[in-house]
Design a binder for this molecule. Structure first.
Ligand code: NAG
Ligand code: NAG
Ligand code: NAG
Ligand code: NAG
Ligand code: NAG
Ligand code: NAG
Ligand code: NAG
Length: 344
């Protein structure tokens, strides 16, 4: 298969038309049959050439495009607003580089491969590329959110999963060098991306509790480190979380100006308004009183960025609870100077 594809098609064309000429030494016999050669030539020109140009080349071009591999190194979603954001994608396309061709720029629909109706959550304008073995495609563009439900689903898949699949698909044209014709082809690639695993591994430290709330009503402060297992950097904004303890809501957690980047360097100030009663009751019970840690659960509540409510992040963050152990025993000891004792 690759033998045929490797040869520029022009060469095959010449080989065929050379054949009749090679038998040119046959004067009388050949002259009589000149019309046979003419018909053969016409058949070749009228049928074979168009078949190659109209059927073979586009098929080869499409199959080469299908074999190429798209991989994504990074995605950034910045300046998040209710109806739009700025998206950057760093990606590479790898192919065998055996065909010299140009692929026109095109709008690529991006959708979740494993979500029911494949509604695009974003359209990315792919620039013109060549069929070189290694193509770097870095794009930064203003992106309209045309379908909030699809974009919320994307954020939810990103948040909840270890990995998830995104497909980029669009119709475009390819020009094979040496053939003055643009052939329609479809670019369709599915990539597997790492997800955020619901922020598994988030920790809270440098905690302090105050007996009376501050001006904003907060009585708990600390820092949180949120690991980002994904390739996505995103500006979320001012974010609040429901805070549950042993199945009951005990308060609200606030993280301001939340922008998550890939890696472990996501450390943010957090503050909270907590009902002291249930926390003090729980911390005196076994096993919590033994090491002082209480298992809080956080679930997204509201997201506001520069005055706009971002329901596509709020709804995604509300899709699941993340359990975080917080050293409440140690925090209380810092305030009172005394360790919490187990209730008899
Ligand atoms: C793309 O790569 C450049 C250069 O390494 C980097 O500055 C930028 O943050 C990357 N963008 C994304 C979306 O990963
Ligand atoms: C982006 O969306 C916001 C509303 O969320 C709107 O105010 C703004 O005009 C939009 N920007 C553009 C360039 O369309
Ligand atoms: C494109 O992104 C890659 C990272 O994927 C980076 O190494 C490269 O410098 C970027 N190129 C430009 C022009 O931003
Ligand atoms: C990803 O997360 C969504 C939403 O929680 C879920 O419906 C889907 O099955 C998950 N799995 C994969 C592999 O995408
Ligand atoms: C999160 O946990 C709370 C308290 O245990 C529970 O009421 C709620 O249904 C949970 N939500 C999700 C999405 O798991
Ligand atoms: C977050 O809220 C604070 C007030 O609590 C405000 O000053 C700040 O501008 C907000 N940040 C964003 C990104 O909306
Ligand atoms: C791309 C990248 O830096 N990913 C990191 C995301 O965070 C996890 C854990 O925090 C790291 O293991 C990944 O390397």
């Amino acid at each position: 298969m690759s033998d045929i594809q490797d040869k520029p098609t022009i060469v095959q064309d010449e080989n065929v038309s050379l054949k009749p000429r090679k038998r040119g030494g046959c004067v009388g016999h050949c002259l009589k049959l000149w019309w046979v050669y003419l018909i053969v030539l016409i058949v070749i020109v009228v049928i074979a050439v168009p078949v190659i140009l109209l059927v073979a080349v586009p098929k080869i071009a499409q199959s080469k495009l299908d074999e190429a591999e798209l991989s994504i190194q990074g995605i950034r979603m910045m300046n998040s607003q209710a109806k739009n954001f700025t998206m950057s994608i760093n990606s590479t396309i790898l192919s065998d580089g055996k065909i010299k061709a140009t692929i026109d720029g095109f709008p690529g629909k991006m959708y979740l491969e494993d979500y029911h109706d494949h509604t695009p959550f974003a359209i990315i304008n792919f620039p013109e590329t060549t069929a070189d073995a290694m193509q770097v495609v870095n794009v930064t563009q203003f992106t309209e959110i045309n379908d909030i439900a699809a974009f919320t689903a994307f954020n939810t898949f990103l948040l909840m999963n270890d990995t998830f699949r995104v497909t980029v698909e669009g119709d475009t044209f390819v020009t094979v060098h040496g053939i003055a014709r643009r052939y329609p082809v479809t670019f369709k690639k599915t990539v597997t991306l790492p997800g955020l695993r619901l922020f598994a591994g988030t920790t809270v430290f440098d905690t302090s509790i105050t007996l009376s709330p501050d001006a904003r009503g907060n009585n708990f402060k600390g820092k949180t480190r949120i690991p980002n297992h994904s390739l996505v950097t995103f500006e979320i904004g001012n974010t609040t979380f429901h805070n549950y303890l042993l199945g009951n809501e005990v308060g609200t957690v606030y993280i301001d100006d939340l922008t998550l980047s890939p890696g472990d360097d996501n450390v943010f100030d957090m503050r909270a308004t907590i009902d002291n009663g249930p926390v003090l009751t729980a911390i005196q019970e076994k096993p919590y009183c033994e090491d002082g840690n209480l298992p809080f659960q956080l679930r997204g509540k509201d997201v506001t960025n520069h005055g706009q409510y971002l329901n596509y992040f709020a709804d995604a963050l509300a899709a699941g609870n993340q359990t975080i152990e917080i050293d409440i025993g140690g925090t209380i000891k810092k305030l009172t100077g005394q360790a919490v004792a187990c209730k008899a």
